[in-house]
Design a binder for this molecule. Sequence first.
Ligand code: C5P
Length: 222
Amino acid sequence: TAGLQIAIDGPASAGKSTVAKLVAKQLHYTYCDTGAMYRALTLAAMQAQVDLKDEAAVLAVLAKITISFKPGEPEQQVFVNEQEVTQAIRQPDVTNNVSTVAALAGVRQQLVRHQQKIAAAGSIVMDGRDIGTAVLPQAPVKIYLVASVAERAQRRYAENIRKGIDTPLTVLQHEIEVRDKKDSTRKVSPLTQAKDAVLVDTTALSIEQVVAKISAITAQKQ
Ligand code: C5P
């Protein structure tokens, strides 16, 4: 049987991409990190030195680039045209600017269309902020992943340390709160739980427990 569409949304650093990748691996589905697309465009726009609030200017950058993914271990590689940007799009300056670019209606329209094409064949795990509400409103499996902000800041801190980025924990917590606020209050498809999404609070759960939960929910739908 053809695989399902699995939509995973939630606030920053709730563990979406970690569990989405593992669920995809377990089910032999494709994983699509939609945040990476917004990040890649943000990086390209920053490199082009355009005003990130200027929709026409950002759309002109988007028109000149192709954002693509290549399989890789431990993570998928992300490309802007021929340039590999996998690490660059996770840098703090991109992270702190991405919500500004993601709030632009024209940007969302185009990236959402791209995401819908990627997901059309099914057998996909897609994570982001608006997958269950806007990108794949018909997805049979929708998960809304949350965790306390203290726990999310702690996880981001540990992840940063592994990457050699040493932003203090209190600063990270503040950045997460600011980004969530921007993502939840924007006009176009703000971050919100879809009515038919299953709420999973990961604060006290291990990665394995979250993956098992999502796999069980998916199995019920197959
Ligand atoms: O998931 P990640 O933290 O990489 O997403 C980066 C940013 O991209 C989010 O804070 C949000 O502004 C934007 N985003 C979005 N819609 C998505 C995925 C990400 O607006 N589906």
